[in-house]
Design a protein around this ligand. Structure first.
Ligand SMILES: C[S@@+](CC[C@H](N)C(=O)[O-])C[C@H]1O[C@@H](n2cnc3c(N)ncnc32)[C@H](O)[C@@H]1O
Length: 283
């Protein structure tokens, strides 16, 4: 900013140029002023305080360094609700809304017991809890910080008296002491990017937790484990629903068929990539 008075209009011009994005400038400024974007258009003459301007300049510098806008704002919308995010959790993706959409269509019992493995911000399990008040919910993550963030999101969303059991642990090991704990639906968006995938060094992925992105050299390590061990945790007629990489559909569906799942299929995301594999356990 030069010496001109730092009005909303002037600041948006300047920050918009620095970021080469008027939209991102609006998001950051609305975040600093704790208002929605519409208010910026309604009151372009508002003058920012020194501390607001300082905060905005700091956020702009971080954004120029590549920090994801969701981490700077501390929130991301998912399935119509706002979730707290921070660098300990993956930023919820539109592809994962497909997984939620498919879960809500499945023919499960009215009081289904649902398990979400690798819950991160809690976006999947909390959305299901909001949409299906009569289901029962359990969510796990290997990361204590991620679980803490998910629990903050639970408190923030108005979910009435719905109870969610949170467990820390790797894969199904979170249930090691309860071998007879079975579910009607298991959902997961596990880490599935191959360790050497060049995308890991690009864009938002550079700032997201490794543990949320990669599970081993092929990327399929945790997915395989979740499929192989699912039968021990599913009720007869239960479903397993997994998000996977854009090029992993064939391997994931084959693995499910080999283990003995029925009705195995994968659904396409908005970009036309097969993204969510599902199968039913009938035994
Ligand atoms: C791709 S993120 C998904 C987060 C969230 N469910 C979402 O869809 O935005 C994967 C999550 O799995 C967790 N995770 C990684 N390895 C795990 C494991 N072996 N067992 C349980 N959770 C794991 C990570 O901490 C991370 O929160």
């Amino acid at each position: 900013m030069n010496n001109a008075e730092p009005t909303v209009a002037a600041v948006l011009r300047s920050i918009g140029q620095q970021l080469s994005s008027r939209f991102e400038a609006e998001l950051l400024l609305a975040g600093v002023l704790k208002c929605d974007r519409a208010r910026l258009f309604a009151h372009p003459e508002t003058v920012l305080s020194k501390s607001q301007l300082k905060q905005l300049n700091e956020l702009t510098a971080q954004r120029i360094d590549g920090v994801p806008i969701a981490y700077l704002l501390g929130v991301r919308e998912f399935y119509g609700r706002e979730f707290i995010v921070n660098p300990s959790v993956l930023i919820p993706r539109p592809e994962t809304e497909l997984l939620v959409e498919q879960a809500l269509k499945l023919p499960v019992t009215a009081q289904a017991h649902v398990l979400d493995i690798g819950t991160g911000s809690g976006c999947i399990i909390l959305t299901l809890a909001a949409e299906r008040p009569d289901w029962h919910f359990t969510a796990t993550d290997i990361s204590a910080q991620a679980l803490a963030t998910a629990q903050r999101n639970q408190r923030r969303l108005d979910l009435g008296d719905r109870s969610i059991t949170w467990r820390k642990g790797s894969g199904y090991k979170a249930f090691a002491a309860q071998t007879n704990h079975r579910f009607d639906l298991i959902v997961s968006n596990p880490p599935y990017v191959a360790e050497q995938d060049p995308h890991l060094t690009q864009g938002d992925l550079r700032f997201e937790p490794d543990i949320a992105l990669t599970a081993g050299p092929s990327g399929l390590e945790l997915i395989d484990e979740l499929i192989d061990q699912a039968p021990a945790h599913l009720n007869p007629g239960g479903w397993l629903l997994l998000e996977h990489g854009y090029d992993q559909s064939e391997q994931v569906c084959e693995q499910m068929q080999q283990i003995g799942f029925d009705a195995v299929q994968s659904r396409q995301d908005l970009a036309g990539h097969y993204r969510v594999a599902m199968g039913s356990w009938q035994r």
